[in-house]
Design a protein around this ligand. Structure first.
Ligand SMILES: NC(=O)c1ccc[n+]([C@@H]2O[C@H](COP(=O)([O-])OP(=O)(O)OC[C@H]3O[C@@H](n4cnc5c(N)ncnc54)[C@H](O)[C@@H]3O)[C@@H](O)[C@H]2O)c1
Length: 673
């Protein structure tokens, strides 16, 4: 489609007349029907809510159609209004906009809905089974129209996908403020979630879906590579993973990163996936090397891969429970194990129980929710039994931030220790927290809005130069991380990681992030890069997320159940220079279990942008390090002391840690006998 046609359609917003129903597109992966949770009065309310987006004269025609959608899908997606133009990130100059920031945000939104990127693009789901960009297509159309009209004197307000409107604002303020799933805390149960989503008043934005910061599975490849290398160091006493076997599941959205990361880290990865469409997509994109559905052949191929000591990613097309049980029966030794099914959403299609075909399971989710729940729980119990058997033979297993241990324990699986804790660590407790977050290393990312691969290559080279210099002056744990990151960025281009926008992920600390951003901004100013660069990060970061089952699982002062850090992070970013900010309930481990936030920043090459970069990134990283230092993490304390030495305006409260014996005596003396 010509760019002008696209511009015109975006500027039009919600069409005045009913467009034709778009045809089904073969090969597109669809979300399963959601559970029917609304009573008759609530169904009427959901329909009333949906019709608010359309002129009254269309209501008579639309009401039965949208009611039928609610009955069939459990949600009203407004399928008729899905745009006819191809959905993907275009070069920034093709978006109709009155300011460059708005055009950049449109680019990020269209990338999140690109069928090559998104998991269920027609249901506006980017990843994780329910990570939504919007609740329905009317919200998409209206948001794009507002962005096309927005000036630097306005801020767009987004309530869980619903564009509340453009409000007068200031040029220095964020252009867009997003919240997703923010509900009254006592109404944050999974039942509330289903009901409020079906009513069309809230949505689950995951972390980077509803914040327009998803960059395809690449977004998680670097973190997964780091996790594997550090798991080698920690559990196998070597980062050399040649000939080692890593078993996991789910090459879906973000979990699709595992195959690629395992190959980069040098091991043999065996990854189960029940959905043939997901396997096909990852195989075609080169994210898994081989696919096999016969378990005998799987075992033979794995043995050969190990003997050859060559990196391999093999997808097993089938249920992960069948795979684990077969590995137990065959007596195979597994070195490293994990799971990335979408257990943050266990009963809505995130986890497919053993013994049911994909189609049977999808029918049961809406048709027999109670029966489905029982199947999931029984499957989780079998799943854990098999993992326990292999762990008993030496496998190191970790929870990969998908609520696997939490949901397995709720299902009554044998996953708890005597003291009530989980038998296995979360990857944040053992690896990400003490080895990365305490030093400020987190998933920094950027997108070249020219859409030009040469721009991305140039930014890779600039980033490598920054990290090289930092590494030369570093020592200890920090140096080790910098060296891993340097290796990553030098090889990133070769690994063909781009799916969708021209984006890159690179774990970096506050010093690295700031210097890279300044280098990019200067290159834009000097015309070396052809267009602005969007900076951002996963919410899964040092300061971005309060989550007792993941990012803050290694906080031991009781504050892992508090969400001050994530909320402050977003507020602080918003007045220090972010172009857009987002605050979410429920990314990663599930609704009600986590609060997380993030930012996007559009580098335009201006000198003012240099100031914004320095101010915002400094806060964005040091907020979390200061909190981790207050929770008595030695690495964080050292990092924050260094930051204070360099910036005299930074004054962080440091803990005076009491001798545990003194505390024990004092409590003992004052405990009633
Ligand atoms: N490790 C990390 O750094 C990290 C980061 C963010 C999120 N996560 C979490 O990881 C999970 C996966 O994320 P995603 O975006 O890939 O989700 P996804 O839903 O796109 O992918 C999960 C895949 O698992 C498959 N699956 C489900 N049950 C299965 C079974 N029993 N056997 C085999 N395959 C099965 C599904 O078909 C799906 O393709 C989510 O809970 C997410 O929140 C992890």
């Amino acid at each position: 489609m010509a760019a002008a046609g696209f511009r015109e359609l975006v500027a039009r917003g919600i069409p005045e007349e009913l467009p034709p129903m778009p045809p089904d597109e073969p090969g597109v992966n669809h979300a399963p029907p959601r559970r029917q949770v609304l009573g008759p009065a609530e169904r009427r309310l959901a329909l009333q809510n949906a019709l608010r987006y359309f002129p009254e004269r269309l209501h008579a025609a639309l009401a039965p159609e949208l009611a039928a959608e609610l009955a069939a899908s459990g949600r009203i997606y407004m399928r008729r209004f899905r745009p006819a133009y191809p959905m993907h990130a275009r070069p920034i100059s093709e978006y109709p906009a009155r300011c460059v920031e708005a055009a950049a945000i449109m680019l990020m939104i269209t990338n999140n809905l690109d069928p090559a990127v998104a998991q269920h693009p027609h249901e506006l789901i980017t990843y994780g089974g329910n990570g939504a960009v919007f609740q329905n297509w009317a919200q998409y159309l209206l948001t794009m129209k507002y962005l096309a009209e927005m000036t630097r004197e306005q801020t767009l307000v987004m309530y869980s996908g619903h564009p509340l409107g453009l409000f007068p604002s200031r040029p220095e303020a964020p252009r867009v403020v997003v919240t997703n799933g923010m509900v009254i805390p006592n109404h944050s149960s999974p039942e509330d979630y289903e009901r409020l989503c079906a009513l069309g008043v809230t949505s689950y934005g995951q972390m980077t879906a509803g914040s327009y910061m998803y960059i395809g599975p690449q977004g998680i490849v670097h973190g997964t590579t780091i996790t594997l290398l550090n798991a080698g160091r920690r559990y196998l006493r070597s980062p050399d993973l040649a000939g080692r076997l890593f078993v996991t599941s789910g090459p879906g959205g973000m979990s699709g990163a595992q195959g690629k990361a395992a190959v980069i880290a040098g091991c043999v990865a065996l990854i189960a996936e029940v959905n043939p469409a997901a396997v096909r997509k990852r195989h075609e994109q080169g994210w898994v090397d081989e696919v096999e559905s016969d378990l005998d052949k799987v075992l033979a191929r794995v043995e050969r891969g190990r003997r050859e000591r060559k990196p391999l990613s093999l997808a097993y097309l089938g249920n992960v429970v069948d795979l684990w049980e077969r590995l137990v029966a065959a007596g195979l030794e597994v070195d490293l194990g994990s799971d990335q099914t979408s257990l943050h959403n266990p009963y809505g299609g995130g986890y497919y129980p053993a013994g049911l075909s994909l189609e049977e399971a999808n029918r049961m989710i809406a048709g027999d929710p109670r029966g489905f729940r029982e199947k999931v729980q029984a499957s989780l119990r079998r799943h854990i039994d098999a993992v326990n058997a292999l762990a008993g033979r030496g496998m190191a297993f970790w929870d990969y931030g998908n609520a696997f241990l939490l949901e397995a324990s709720r299902a009554g699986a044998a996953v708890l220790r005597e003291d009530g804790g989980f038998r296995y660590p979360s990857y944040v407790e053992d690896i990400m927290g003490p080895m990365c977050f305490d030093y400020g290393f987190g998933p920094f990312r950027w997108v070249c809005t020219s859409g030009d691969a040469d721009d991305l290559q140039q930014t890779d080279a600039m980033a490598a130069e920054v990290i090289e210099k930092l590494s030369a002056g570093a020592s200890g744990e920090r140096k080790q991380q910098l060296e891993d990151n340097l290796r990553w960025i030098r090889a990133a281009g070769e690994h063909r990681l781009v799916v969708g926008s021209q984006a890159r992920i690179l774990y970096a600390d506050a010093w690295g992030r700031t210097r890279m951003a300044l280098a990019f901004n200067q290159a834009i100013r000097e015309g070396k890069l052809r267009a602005p660069v969007v900076l951002g990060r996963d919410h899964h970061d040092v300061s971005g997320t309060d989550s007792p089952y993941r990012e803050t699982a290694d906080i031991r002062d009781g504050s892992e159940l508090c969400a001050d850090m994530a909320v402050h992070n977003v507020i602080g970013d918003s007045f220090r220079g972010a172009t857009w900010v987002s605050l979410h309930n429920g990314g990663g481990v599930g609704w009600g279990e986590v609060v997380n936030g993030g930012f996007g920043m559009v580098l335009d090459g201006s000198p003012e942008m240099d100031e914004r970069i320095r101010g915002m990134i400094h806060w964005d990283v040091n907020n979390g390090i200061a909190r981790r230092s207050w929770a008595d993490h030695a690495g964080a304390r050292a990092t924050v002391l260094q930051a204070m030495a360099e910036e005299p305006r930074l004054r962080v409260t440091l803990p005076e840690v009491a001798d545990p014996r003194l505390v024990e005596d004092a409590i003992g003396q004052n405990t009633a006998k």
